[in-house]
Design a protein around this ligand. Structure first.
Ligand SMILES: Cc1cc2nc3c(=O)[nH]c(=O)nc-3n(C[C@H](O)[C@H](O)[C@H](O)COP(=O)(O)OP(=O)(O)OC[C@H]3O[C@@H](n4cnc5c(N)ncnc54)[C@H](O)[C@@H]3O)c2cc1C
Length: 290
């Protein structure tokens, strides 16, 4: 790998300015677990790394009036050991727990995972079913959007080359919402997802489902919300038949491909099974809260 210049700006504005001034030859560096591998194989024009991992504004997990704010430079290890995450967003911990191995989780950040934007990103489904909002910074200041709008294609987000992901907000209304994440890979550890899935929902005392959310990874060009399955579930009485039907609708919404890891047909079987499992386990949690 050829030598690269390294700069660690003191704040987000300085980082944006540096990236803008060197827009053809620089890129942000977080934990480096995706970026350094990519640069080794395909360095392109990149000659400068702008290390954003120590920018204070991008760090920490904080409970604020609007919800739980996770800085983009929070590592998976930090998420797993955070009492706030354990209390409010256990499904996000479940996703973090499945990333790589200890070394990767200690370096890899949630921001880097979302910006890399592979369809199998393990942080995405749980954050999506909790209707997270991402905030980015660029030359025009800050901008926030639903996490789904951040992903626009395989390995492509809405970010321009000088823009940075600042944080992810899980809205207050969804803190402690019953939710579940599951991942299926070729091995239990150190394997990318063939399919990953998350769900969240509430059940009232009569077992009526409300605010069901389903997200699937590695089954479409970007992590996907199964909106038709969600609409089908809303207001229905919870039953095995209803969950089976929702899982079937989720399969029809996905666009899995054949690749060297799995056939599309096998992925469809896993989507069906995992959608059922995450819905059933979210419903079990909801029942316990009633
Ligand atoms: C051995 C191994 C196993 C892995 N296993 C998994 C797995 O099981 N599941 C999974 O989902 N991923 C896995 N990964 C991928 C990787 O670890 C994650 O995607 C990780 O979260 C990336 O974060 P990072 O901090 O290392 O990002 P980096 O590699 O530093 O950056 C990734 C990309 O994001 C950009 N970037 C970083 N931060 C910002 C920011 N704040 N604003 C704008 N752009 C930014 C960088 O320029 C780069 O393009 C694995 C990687 C390795 C090496």
């Amino acid at each position: 790998m050829r030598p690269l210049d390294y700069i660690a700006p003191k704040d987000a504005k300085e980082a944006v300015d540096l990236l803008l001034e060197n827009s053809d030859s620089s890129c942000p560096l977080a934990g480096g677990t995706d970026l350094i591998v990519d640069l080794k194989h395909n360095p392109g024009n990149i000659t400068m790394l702008v290390d954003v991992s120590c920018i204070e504004e991008f760090r920490g997990i904080k409970e604020i009036e609007e919800g739980l704010k996770i800085g983009s430079m929070v590592t998976f290890g930090e998420i797993m050991s955070s009492e706030l995450c354990q209390k409010y967003i256990p499904a996000v911990i479940e996703g973090a727990h499945t990333v790589g191995a200890v070394q990767t989780r200690n370096l890899g950040t949630v921001g880097g995972n979302l910006v890399t934007c592979v369809p199998s990103a393990d942080s995405a489904p749980s954050l999506m079913v909790l209707e997270s909002i991402v905030t980015i910074i660029g030359t025009d200041g800050y901008k926030s959007m639903p996490i789904e709008d951040f992903f626009i294609g395989p390995r492509k987000t809405i970010l321009k080359s000088h823009e940075l992901l600042v944080n992810i907000l899980i809205p207050k209304k969804n803190l402690s919402k019953p939710s579940k994440f599951l991942k299926h890979g070729l091995r239990k550890g150190q394997a990318l997802a063939l399919v990953n899935a998350a769900a969240s929902m509430y059940l009232n005392k009569s077992d009526i489902i409300s605010e069901p959310k389903i997200a699937l990874g590695a089954v479409a060009p970007t992590p996907l919300r199964a909106l038709k399955a969600e609409a089908f579930l809303e207001g229905k009485k919870y039953s095995e038949e209803v969950i089976n039907e929702a899982a079937e609708i989720a399969v029809s919404e996905a666009k899995p491909i054949d690749d060297f890891r799995s056939s599309a047909k096998y992925r469809c079987d896993i989507i069906r099974t995992f959608t059922k499992r995450v819905l059933i386990q979210s419903a079990d949690q909801a029942k316990q809260k009633n």
